[in-house]
Design a protein around this ligand. Structure first.
Ligand SMILES: Cc1cc2nc3c(=O)[nH]c(=O)nc-3n(C[C@H](O)[C@H](O)[C@H](O)COP(=O)(O)OP(=O)(O)OC[C@H]3O[C@@H](n4cnc5c(N)ncnc54)[C@H](O)[C@@H]3O)c2cc1C
Length: 408
């Protein structure tokens, strides 16, 4: 570790920021240069939640203020893009011509919002939501009629935020139940039902075209009647920012290919966060696209640079907020096996396979997800009947397990 003098990190989202701060926390004393093309290093989840509803300034979303950044001795270069990676030399060239040679380079470049593929997707008023500038543009539509294209995580949250801001909302998605892959079919259906309950005009359809219509936008659908709106928000996923890596000769396959510690195909070049795909015993995992996964990638990369073992990875976890409800998921709700539903005001849904808990999803019940996480991570056997019974606290399943295995 002591021979490392400089680490260069490209991308100041949660993954890159976590690498930088974890290196310092881990005692790394050398130079840390963090290059970020946006005006600040900030957090993205609030963009489709509070920051869309209120007028939070960029500073409020930033990971740290200038004093804290200086305290961490981070050389943060905001408003600068890395335009070339010289991988064999472990060097990055910035858009002002600066060449930054380093002992380790971290690519945490994330992705950009996928734009609509329909005619009219480039019209003013057709927006996406990935950056602070995007949220500023979207705020102008609060209270006005909006079509949200895509009922996935960001589309669903944006639809809820616009409803809260008084907008009539039309939500368009080709799937009758969007989000089944991440939430499982039962929870996805429950969550999708919240849109109708909150007055959203839900259309199972696709956008054929958007055209200007006397100062407004006319959205023509493939099957149903057209809608006229003041703005269109496209939430159909992201395109990963892999160009820097690919052009620099780093292995890319719909994402920068990494091992569990974030090592790429080129020694000394690491990658973390949304932009990565992890090499598995068979094939490559999908890019996970969640905040906590990106953060944990950052921890693993910092540990690898410091030459230390990474923390155990644990089960994947993410959250989503909509209509005043807080949803959490732990594990993989699309894993093999069956769904077990614990009824309640909101269902808690489990995925079990071979008597083992693989995943759980809950609404306004983070404690259940926390207990489920422990059950998953400890690999304890579960009984479907007990999971389905709302009278049985999940924590008690852990206690039973603990007493079953404990010699006392
Ligand atoms: C609106 C929204 C809401 C979300 N809500 C949730 C949620 O509720 N729960 C959840 O778990 N996840 C949520 N996510 C996902 C989560 O925010 C992402 O998984 C996380 O931001 C990924 O972090 P990252 O650092 O890998 O990538 P990013 O956040 O994309 O950061 C990458 C950074 O790299 C910079 N960059 C790229 N290329 C260059 C270059 N060449 N030079 C300089 N800088 C560069 C970009 O400007 C960007 O700031 C949400 C995402 C969005 C957009």
């Amino acid at each position: 570790m002591t021979e490392l003098r400089r680490v260069v990190i490209v991308g100041g989202g949660i993954a890159g920021w976590t690498v930088a701060t974890s290196l310092r926390d881990g005692g790394y004393d050398g130079e840390i240069v963090l290059v970020e093309r946006e005006p600040a290093c900030y957090d993205r989840p609030p963009l489709s939640k509070t920051a869309l509803i209120d007028d939070a300034p960029l500073d409020a979303l930033a990971f740290a203020d200038p004093v804290a950044t200086a305290g961490l001795r981070l050389d943060v270069r905001c408003g600068r893009s890395a335009v070339r990676l010289d991988a064999p030399q472990r060097a990055v060239v910035l858009d002002d011509g600066t060449r930054l040679a380093a002992d380790a380079v971290v690519l945490s470049t994330g992705g950009r919002a996928r734009e609509g593929t329909f005619p009219g997707a480039q019209l003013p008023g057709v927006l996406t939501l990935r950056t602070y500038a995007d949220v500023v543009a979207a705020r102008a539509l609060r209270g006005r009629t909006i079509a949200v294209v895509g009922g996935g995580l960001i589309g669903a949250e944006a639809a809820a935020a616009f409803r809260l801001a008084g907008s009539p909302v039309v939500l368009i998605d080709p799937n009758a139940v969007p989000g089944s892959r991440v939430f499982g079919p039962t929870m996805a259906a429950h969550l999708h039902g919240m849109h109708v309950a909150n007055g959203v005009d839900v259309r199972t359809d696709t956008v054929a075209a958007v055209t200007e219509d006397r100062g407004r936008l006319r959205v023509t659908l493939t099957h149903g009647a057209p809608v006229t709106v003041d703005g269109v928000l496209v939430g159909t996923g992201i395109r990963l920012d892999t160009a820097l890596a690919a052009d620099g000769g780093v292995e890319v396959s719909d994402g920068i290919v990494v091992d569990a510690d974030g090592r790429t195909s080129v020694p000394g070049i690491f990658a973390a966060g949304d932009v990565t795909r992890r090499r598995m015993p068979v094939g490559l995992a999908a890019s996970r696209g969640h905040w906590d996964a990106a953060r944990r990638d950052g921890l693993a990369v910092a540990a690898a640079i410091l030459g230390r073992p990474a923390e155990p990875a644990g089960a994947d976890w993410f959250w989503s907020d909509r209509y005043g409800h807080h949803v959490e998921v732990v594990g993989d709700m699309s894993a093999s096996g069956a769904e077990i539903v614990r009824p309640g005001q909101h269902p808690t849904v489990f995925r079990i396979d071979g008597g083992m808990l693989r995943a759980a999803a809950s609404v306004d019940d983070p404690m259940s997800v926390r207990a489920a996480r422990r059950l998953i991570e400890r690999g304890v056997a579960v009984e479907a009947d007990l999971l389905a019974d709302p009278a049985i606290p999940l924590r008690s399943l852990l206690q039973k397990t603990a007493s079953a295995v404990s010699p006392s």
